[in-house]
Design a protein around this ligand. Structure first.
Ligand SMILES: *Cc1c(COP(=O)(O)O)cnc(C)c1O
Length: 318
């Protein structure tokens, strides 16, 4: 069972968030907390079925996905290869240092080569170079990834049976697709309904600026995982705070205040922006502060090391 934290009435910058509960994926999952190990589950199963002992994927020097891949490879006995965007210069990021300590072979490629990461010819080259290996797309964004995230949806159902709004951060949309697929509404009209399941809305908060193809990506994942009746879902595009991994003063102020009030750590790339969105929507009255909200804490706290301003806060070292 994944722990759930219910926020109390301590206001955050004047806004009461006591109707918000957090599903704490950040507290579960051992070396790979958060959503990323869910996305890898079925990919690992596939590798086992194929008898392949090496997993390869792509990411930046601060990739939570490569970090998790290295961690699960280490604990489940797979060799791992991380193709990293951009030439290595100077110091290794703490994320890649962890990955290397877990045995990942880190291969830096130029930004030009990295751009070819979905090009079939390039993938064949990579496959041949590291054969036999299973290639997992950047961010763990494939159908196996979405299927694995259906388990998160099941956790939401038991953790917060009455929450109509389920909110989570979106990068590739894979986690959103899995959660929406798992939270399918109760039996369709006319069928005998044996459940008392409620209608939920899954709301994704995009961590990226102007990612206008996200909805299309989610649709296509949903259709390939045979989820013909997902929960209703939408993506909010106005809370990127300047772009992917960027921080603006409003986000920084919110995160520091939230951590101080609720003693729960966030990181600025995903979970900080997701809770910032909820805070803004409650504060402006667009969302009713009486209605229960379940927010998914998707982890990523290892990435806090890229933001030194977070370390000195009272929220740290809890
Ligand atoms: C990767 C990540 C996400 C986004 O997941 P997607 O499935 O790519 O949308 C959200 N939160 C955290 C902490 C992440 O590391």
């Amino acid at each position: 069972m994944i722990p759930v934290s219910t926020l109390d009435a301590t206001p955050v910058l004047g806004v009461n968030m006591a109707n918000v509960s957090l599903l704490r994926l950040d507290l579960a999952g051992g070396l790979a907390p958060g959503n990323k190990s869910y996305k890898l589950r079925h990919n690992l199963d596939q590798a086992r079925r194929l008898g392949v002992r090496r997993l390869l994927s792509f990411g930046g020097a601060w990739s939570n996905h490569l970090h998790a891949l290295a961690a699960v490879g280490h604990s489940d006995g797979f060799d791992t290869v991380g193709i990293v965007r951009g030439e290595a210069h100077g110091s290794v990021s703490p994320m890649l240092a962890d990955a290397k300590a877990w045995g990942m072979q880190v291969v830096h490629v130029s930004r030009t080569d990295y751009r070819r990461r979905q090009d079939p010819a390039y993938l064949r080259e990579i496959q041949a170079q590291f054969a036999p290996c299973l290639v997992i797309p950047e961010g763990g964004s494939n159908v196996a990834g979405a299927l694995g995230c259906m388990d998160i949806g099941e956790q939401v159902r038991s953790a917060a049976p009455f929450a109509r709004r389920v909110v989570l951060a979106v990068g590739t949309g894979t986690t959103l697709a899995g959660v929406a697929a798992a939270l399918a509404p109760a039996a369709p009209v006319g069928a005998q309904s044996t459940t008392t399941d409620i209608e939920r809305e899954v709301i994704g908060v995009s961590a990226l600026k102007g990612a206008s193809d996200l909805e299309q990506r989610v649709e296509s994942l949903l259709s390939t995982c045979d989820a013909d009746n997902p929960a209703s879902w939408r993506i909010l595009h106005d809370y990127h705070c300047g772009g992917f991994a960027r921080v603006n003063p409003a986000l920084r102020e919110f995160m520091l205040a939230f951590e101080r009030s609720h003693r729960i750590k966030l990181e600025p790339v995903y979970t900080g922006k997701m809770l910032f969105a909820i805070h803004q929507l409650l504060g402006s009255g667009r969302w009713d502060s009486q209605q229960p909200i379940l927010a998914i804490h998707t982890g990523g706290l290892q990435g806090r090391r890229g933001y030194p301003w977070l370390d000195a806060t009272p929220g740290d070292g809890l």
